[in-house]
Design a binder for this molecule. Sequence first.
Ligand code: FAD
Ligand code: SIN
Length: 538
Amino acid sequence: MKKQIEPNRYLISFDSHTTSHVFTDVLVIGSGVAGLNAAIQAANNGSVLIVTKDRIDENNTAYAQGGIAVVLSDKDTIIKHIKDTLDAGQNLCDKAAVRMIVSKGPKRVSELIDRGAAFDMEDNQLVFTQEGGHSFPRIIRAQGDSTGKEVEHTLIRIVKENANIKIFEHTFAIDLITKDNVCHGVIAWHAKKGNMLIWAKRTILATGGCGQVYRETTNPDVATGDGIAMAYRAGAILQDMEFVQFHPTTLYIAGAARFLITETVRGEGGILRNKKGERFMINYHPQAELAPRDVVSQSILKEMQKTDHTNVYIDVRHIPKKRLYTRFPKIREICASFGIDIAKDLIPVRPSAHYMIGGIKVDRLSRTTIKQLYACGEVACTGMHGANRLGSNSLLEGLVTGYTSGSDACKSIQRSNRELLPYAIRESMGVSKISWLDLNDIGNSLKSLMWRDAGIVRDERHLLEAEEMIEMWCSYVMDKEFSHPAGWELQNMLLVSSLIVASSRKRKESRGVHHRSDYPQTDNIRWKKHIMIKKSKF
Ligand code: FAD
Ligand code: SIN
């Protein structure tokens, strides 16, 4: 790759002689669906510590609305779910990973139900919804549009009942500790306790996605790509970083946070209309509103340009009010807080960054290319989604890969039967002055740049512009040593953005969520392959 940013190995200076030490068999970084399920499995034999940078329940998982795609209906089949996933992935899925995750999904979801997760039922049966790209209604949900919250809270309850699991909230993992390509834990920071070296026999990264690198995103503030950046600095191989999924319908009200309007609103009959009130998706795809997400997002952009308007609208006024209010209580509440009654008014929406398909390359057991380091959930790239993720497949992936990583970490500790051996480590950064840096300003400029130049539609000129700007910002941000999360997050976001841009420049074709207006065709001869990135200098 031409201009790959080469960050320092560590973001901060530290010395094991003067830093406090914590020991655990398994360290899990992140407390979404993947991290929590990993912790539960790892705790079957040994001590587990979960480190999470905010409250335990602040993550992408908690905001998930639509549901979990899983084969639990007698009329559905694993083969159909696999086929739908492969079709969406446009020739880039890892078939074995898809087969593994889809076929293990029903067991993982059933375990969750057995342990108290309450998914919506009618006549004592789970209810299933349809989403774009699924050939069968296989999406289960909770409280209408609060699936993630139910999953998260069920897992948190199980974790808190487990005496083998400790939780450190508001603890920021800064960098992985590695030696000779083996991971030994992490250097982390807590506002009151300061820096700590956490030594672990196995480390599991479950830090989620990086939607925050874009101005428009469905992701909460914590999604700054820290895990991807940490793994890259430590020398792990990353894969598919150009594939960022944009969700077509996020509530668009200037000044309001970008709240997702779930795809199941369209699954239940919601219609997309442009500024003139015209239904437009029928002009773009035979599946209209339920076309794949990339098609819907690109069509919305075209309609916004055509009508010279900031957004389009979802129309659900034809759906009976009672059904609407019980099916989408959260959406009703949020819209009402902006004076929109979803039964009477059009809902203003536009696309935004939603999900990182790429990430840390892992094998079928969630092992990364660094020994003793696992990755699961959104931070990992299992290859399940290929070039485009089917809606509701990622909670499933998080549940399954969380389970796999936790249980393999636990088994491999038993197999190797080795004691934890901390060693002396001293890292020193050449510090340059921070004095005038306005981190918010750089962060906001980065988000706008990424939205404009590396967003839904990309081309060489804009990607090059992004690359040069990021390189310029890196030249005076990456050499600084910060002592707080805002600085580290900015450094991680710059690094992750540079990797997205570099991979997007490299892939000179359009496939799935990666759309290049200068290379609009899919090129199966040259590009039916993955782009891998690894830091070259240590
Ligand atoms: P997350 O749930 O994001 O958890 C990551 C954790 O890592 C967080 O706790 C975070 O605080 C912690 N962390 C990050 N960096 C650090 C650090 N440096 N130190 C310590 N801790 C750190 N998928 C579906 O399948 N169905 C849906 O209906 C659905 N709806 C969605 C709706 C929204 C609004 C969003 C944003 C996503 C949705 N998705 C959905 C996608 C899905 O929710 C996520 O892909 C999935 O929850 C990711 O889970 P995870 O455990 O990998 O990461
Ligand atoms: C949604 O509810 O539309 C989001 C589902 C997903 O991202 O999987």
